[in-house]
Design a protein around this ligand. Structure first.
Ligand code: NAD
Ligand code: UDP
Length: 334
């Protein structure tokens, strides 16, 4: 298949490009490099030894979207492009609704015009809001606690409406838990601009002594050690889940939401201590107040992905911590 990868220079998109190419698929990529750089595309080519066409353009640009679909024979779209910072989405909600919602609509309209009806969407565990229990399965009630999460929820609903109106579409909503790690070439990885929000890039910066201390947001949660528990998943496992998803909708017309997680919950302290041990580095930390909007525990029931896609995560926390660290070392040298 030829897959159009939107946001293919980003963290998860770049890893998905590698796995798609390694699985024998062809790709076409576009990105506006708002949160990434063009060199990432060269590195994908170097890692895989394969070439592909890439466009620098914005998904909000209707003419550019039309051009991409006119110039290429696209079979399916994997949609990563979007803004993703929760805090920023609270400060600039219109910017988030415009980019994420309007951008997705522009792509879907171009797809409809060109009769391309296979779509894999980057959703998030954030659509479960504050879940009543863990592990979380796909039938849990959906809600959002911030504008970013609401864009994911709205797009999911838009896609369900689209399928209800025309069941020749085939759509998978992949709900990611907490992606970390990097490809073991250490040529691509997560490269947040500015001060990171997420735990792993923050740990990397403290280990590299670019930041003095990790603030652990709360040690009074009702969890194993009082710190927040999440389902961290290696980005390469996550990327492989996308290949399985695209191969699934090659054969079925359906709409399915599917969790991509490991099913295991680790606390912030477990994460920090594993990172220090496997990498033999110090990570200074202090406990501070809870971060507003954070929940105590979040981890997946990943059985549906196994049942439908024959996919499960393979890499453990040690590998996630090692690859995150080695990527951050290689990124600082570059
Ligand atoms: P990322 O920021 O690294 O990648 C997104 C890419 O989209 C970037 O390269 C950016 O330049 C591009 N982009 C943004 N707006 C664009 C536009 N208007 N036109 C063209 N390109 C545009 O983010 P990521 O971590 O790779 O996340 C990919 C997707 O997965 C996002 O939709 C995100 O919401 C979702 N997601 C991420 C996580 C996570 O923890 N990283 C968790 C759940 C869901
Ligand atoms: N966290 C933390 N310090 C940080 C960043 C995150 O203690 O600097 C905690 C956060 O409270 C949560 C976990 O790490 O319990 C994962 O947070 P992240 O922002 O990476 O993901 P999300 O909250 O979206 O699951």
């Amino acid at each position: 298949m030829t897959i159009l990868v939107t946001g293919g220079a980003g963290y998860i998109g770049s890893h998905a490009c590698v796995e798609l190419l390694n699985s024998g698929h062809d790709i076409v990529v576009f990105d506006n490099f708002y949160n990434s750089s063009p060199e990432v595309l060269d590195r994908i080519k170097e890692i895989t030894g394969r070439s592909f066409l890439a466009y620098e353009c914005d998904m909000l640009d209707e003419e550019a979207m039309e051009r991409i679909f006119s110039e290429n024979k696209i079979d399916a779209v994997m949609h990563f492009a979007g803004y993703k910072a929760v805090g920023e989405s609270c400060e600039k909600p219109l910017m988030y609704y415009h980019n994420n919602i309007q951008g997705t609509l522009t792509i879907l309209n171009a797809m409809a015009r060109h009769n391309v009806k296979k779509f894999v969407f980057s959703s998030s565990a954030t659509v479960y809001g504050d879940p009543q229990s863990v592990p979380i399965d796909e039938t849990f009630p959906l809600s959002a606690t911030n504008p970013y999460g609401r864009t994911k929820l709205m797009i999911e609903e838009m896609l369900r409406d689209l399928y209800a109106a025309d069941n020749s579409w085939s759509i998978i909503l992949l709900r990611y838990f907490n992606p970390v790690g990097a490809h073991e070439s250490y040529m691509i990885g997560e490269n947040p601009k500015g001060i990171p929000n997420n735990l792993m890039p923050m740990i990397n910066k403290v280990a590299q002594q670019e930041l003095p201390v990790l603030k652990i947001f709360g040690n009074d949660y009702n969890t194993k050690d009082g710190t927040g528990v999440r389902d961290y998943i290696h980005v390469v496992d996550l990327a492989k889940g996308h290949v399985k998803a695209i191969e699934y909708i090659e054969n079925y017309n359906t709409i399915e939401s599917i969790n991509l997680g490991t099913g295991k919950g680790y606390s912030v302290l477990e994460m920090v201590h594993t990172y220090m041990r496997v990498n033999n580095v110090a990570v200074n930390y202090i406990f501070t107040d809870r971060r507003p909007g954070d929940i105590a525990e979040c981890y997946a029931n990943p059985e549906k992905a196994l049942r439908l896609l024959n996919w499960k995560a393979e890499y453990d926390l040690e590998k996630m911590c090692r690859d995150s660290y080695l990527w951050s070392v290689s990124a600082t040298k570059r």
